[in-house]
Design a protein around this ligand. Structure first.
Ligand SMILES: NC(=O)c1ccc[n+]([C@@H]2O[C@H](COP(=O)([O-])OP(=O)(O)OC[C@H]3O[C@@H](n4cnc5c(N)ncnc54)[C@H](O)[C@@H]3O)[C@@H](O)[C@H]2O)c1
Length: 322
């Protein structure tokens, strides 16, 4: 197949491109490199089935560049839309960040599909669309959905726009609602944050929040496996799936202790006083993945195992950064 991946130079996008190429597909990667890096695509770029075009999807004046690149490949079968702002606190500081990179990038990606006659759209959504449900489980058909971050709000608005496009030019849309995803090349997230803090200030690890926050974590290998499984197995017009590890998650305190033990044994951990790390942080959630389990997907790594593996990968990644 011929496939477009937006956000291709990012953490998950670059891993997805590699996997799609290994499966024998032709891939056009799109990214504006605001957070992603061409280095992450080195192995993809060595594959003749891969092309890359640098385009800011939030800028309608640049869309023709993506269109031209796609038209040179031929009929596009699928568009995977992963480009977004991935820094939730940045979106709290300025509402424009998520408006541009999370929502307008979705509108542009939909426009690409319409103009290219591509009828299958796969979207990287998030548990952030549910807001803070306390101890109530986050289920695909929960509602009303009241996100507590601009990031979550613009992901939810994106889902709405994709749903509307299903009435006009999309045959199938996939809404993959991710939990926290870990692995390399890490561009953000708790593990990278802790490892970098310990590198900058050896001996002390300052934690945002009181450490009681507890969330599920999925390794990027499992995430990609789940998305490919869903896209091959579920065939409704609108396919909404929570993707997660199906466990209680891991507390921030445990993660801090794990990072100190691996990266800088003996360092002191300094906690904040609030149970949230930042405005828009959902401190604890129950992620219901029974729908995905019923479809037949089984994860390989628990939250704890995913964090352990990703931590080792990130320590190696950071050791090579000067
Ligand atoms: N990593 C997670 O834990 C997680 C959790 C839930 C959802 N997601 C979603 O998964 C997707 C991928 O996340 P990631 O962790 O790989 O983040 P990432 O920041 O590494 O990747 C996002 C990519 O999008 C690109 N991008 C941003 N704005 C763009 C624009 N206007 N035009 C073109 N490219 C643009 C960035 O340069 C970056 O390469 C995102 O949509 C994110 O919201 C990630």
């Amino acid at each position: 197949m011929k496939i477009i991946v937006t956000g291709a130079a990012g953490f998950i996008g670059s891993q997805l491109c590699s996997k799609l190429l290994v499966m024998g597909h032709q891939v056009l990667g799109i990214d504006n490199l605001c957070r992603g890096r061409l280095d992450y695509l080195l192995s993809c770029r060595a594959n003749e089935g891969f092309q890359f075009v640098e385009v800011d999807l939030a800028d309608p004046n640049q869309l023709h560049l993506a269109l031209q690149a796609a038209q040179s490949i031929g009929q596009i079968d699928q568009l995977w839309h992963l480009a977004a702002n991935s820094d939730i606190p940045a979106g709290v500081t300025s509402v424009k960040v998520d408006l541009r990179d999370t929502f307008l990038s979705t509108i542009s990606s939909l426009e690409l599909c319409e103009q290219l006659g591509c009828r299958k759209f796969l979207f990287a959504s998030s548990s952030a669309i549910y807001g803070d449900l306390g101890t109530d489980p986050m289920m695909e058909h929960a509602g009303p959905l009241l996100p507590i971050s601009n990031y979550g709000a613009m992901k939810l608005a994106s889902e709405a726009a994709i749903s509307a496009a299903c009435e006009k030019y999309l045959d199938h849309a996939y809404f993959f609602r991710f939990p926290n995803v870990v692995g390399v090349p890490a561009t953000h997230g708790v593990l990278l944050d802790f490892v970098r803090k310990l590198k900058q200030t050896p001996g002390i690890l300052s934690v945002l929040g009181d450490g009681t926050q507890c969330k599920p974590y999925l390794h990027v290998c499992d995430l990609i496996d789940a998305m490919l499984f869903i896209s091959a197995t579920a065939n409704d017009r609108r396919n909404i799936f929570n993707i997660g590890p199906d466990d209680e998650g891991v507390s921030v305190q445990s993660i801090a202790e794990m990072v100190v033990a691996e990266a800088s044994p003996g360092s002191k951990i300094k906690y904040g006083s609030d149970n949230k790390g930042w405005i828009g942080d959902v401190p604890k959630f129950q992620y219901d993945i029974s729908k995905l389990r019923r479809l037949g997907w089984v994860r390989r790594l628990s939250s704890h195992a995913a964090l352990t593996r990703a931590l080792r990968e990130i320590i190696i990644q950071e050791a090579s950064v000067l």
